[in-house]
Design a protein around this ligand. Structure first.
Ligand SMILES: [Zn+2]
Length: 386
């Protein structure tokens, strides 16, 4: 086949995917505003998004039958959370009551990434720098794929915690990417950890582990800046026996930035005025525990994550600091490099890894921008936290 024809087919495929993607998500972005005690916030969440929570739960439950998996470990983990963070369980109870579901089902939904490996197959990119027009900004592409449509924007005013705005999933207490009232922002990318490594620490891990997706909620509700977030992260592990590690990107109003590579009971911290994460560890100590090739899909993720990292290295090598701006962040999140594209349109039939949402957080203005779709062709909506 000639190259022109192949290029035409590739372009056509992209156009069809984009059309279907936009059709499915048209006016689909939901914003939930909750306030009060954990139970009250959960109850409002459950009541407002009853339909979406049931849909999300049924989809996961049917697909993964996770209730049958690791019951003993899950109940140990639930006991730990109940003792250490009763407010999380209270919020989940509120979600269950508000949506007329069982508390156990909501807990299982919240622990879904702990049990299932879907997160380890995602391809997210996070970028932070100090712009000349808006100060410190953090941009994030969430690349879970076209089928993973359970996101909504959560704006909360907790009774005993800081106000925040974040991306979350229906029925969960998660705040996977977000910013709080002090302008502290968190994003990041998951990283696969070698199975041999996390098996080794399985026995001790349940003693001080917060599920990955709960930890960012904890940071946003309790920390004012990057240093406080690092202190909190130092206290807990967040890798679990059944899921990947993380490379978290933190940024605050003062222009402090840090990447915390965490997994397998270890962590490293890197601070710099420009930082980014794809789905790999960069630190040599952390690289050793990274799973790069245990399956075909892990191999593909590793290659792609390295390519995206290289794309960012190349882009930033050529861009002078004076040009760092909000527009530049949008351009980077929309990048379509032939190898290692940051805005991902690929994988028809195997949608995991397509860009689902894109966020930009402007710390000093407490402005949260969200593109409900590919950032290259979706208008960013602005939501203020102030
Ligand atoms: Zn794009």
């Amino acid at each position: 086949m000639n190259i022109k024809f192949l290029t035409f087919i590739r372009k056509l495929k992209r156009k069809i995917t984009l059309f279907l993607f936009n059709l499915r998500r048209r006016d689909n972005l939901r914003i939930g505003i909750f306030r009060g005690t954990p139970y009250e916030m959960g109850f409002s969440h459950g009541k407002i998004f009853k339909k979406q929570i049931k849909y999300t739960y049924n989809k996961h439950n049917k697909f993964y039958k996770f209730k049958n998996l690791n019951k003993h470990k899950i109940s140990k983990l639930v006991n730990f959370i109940e003792n250490k963070f009763p407010e999380f369980i209270e919020e989940m109870k509120g979600i269950a009551d508000g949506s007329d579901m069982n508390k156990e089902d909501i807990i299982f939904l919240n622990l879904f990434p702990v049990i299932n490996s879907i997160i380890s197959r995602s391809k997210c990119t996070s970028v932070g720098f100090i712009s000349n027009d808006k100060g410190p900004i953090l941009g994030q592409n969430v690349d879970l794929g076209l089928e993973w449509r359970y996101y909504f924007i959560k704006k909360i005013s907790p009774k005993n915690g800081y106000r925040s705005i974040s991306g979350s999933w229906f029925g969960t207490i998660w705040q996977t990417v977000g910013m709080n009232e002090y302008g502290l922002c968190i994003g990041g990318s998951s990283v696969n950890v070698k199975k041999s490594h996390y098996d080794e620490i399985e026995d001790i891990i349940l003693s001080n582990t917060v599920p990955l997706h709960f930890l960012s909620s904890l940071i946003l509700s309790q920390c004012k800046n990057v240093e406080e977030a690092i202190s909190l992260l130092n206290k807990y592990r967040f890798t679990l026996p059944f899921v990947a590690g993380e490379s978290a990107l933190l940024l605050d109003i003062e222009g402090k930035l840090a990447v915390i590579e965490k997994g397998g009971g270890q962590q490293t911290i890197k601070k710099a005025p420009l930082l980014y994460t794809t789905n790999i560890y960069i630190d040599s100590k952390m690289e050793k525990i990274m799973d790069i090739d245990s399956s075909e899909s892990i191999k593909e993720i590793t290659i792609n994550a390295k390519e995206r990292y290289r794309t960012l290295n190349n882009l930033f090598r050529d861009i002078p600091k004076q040009r760092y701006s909000l527009d530049l962040m949008k351009t980077i999140l929309s990048n379509h490099n032939p190898k290692g594209a940051i805005c991902r349109h690929y994988g028809i039939g195997n949608e995991i890894g397509n860009t689902t949402f894109s966020y930009i957080m402007v710390s000093q203005q407490r402005k949260f921008l969200v593109a409900d779709g590919y950032p290259c062709c979706t208008k960013f909506k602005e939501i203020f936290l102030k």
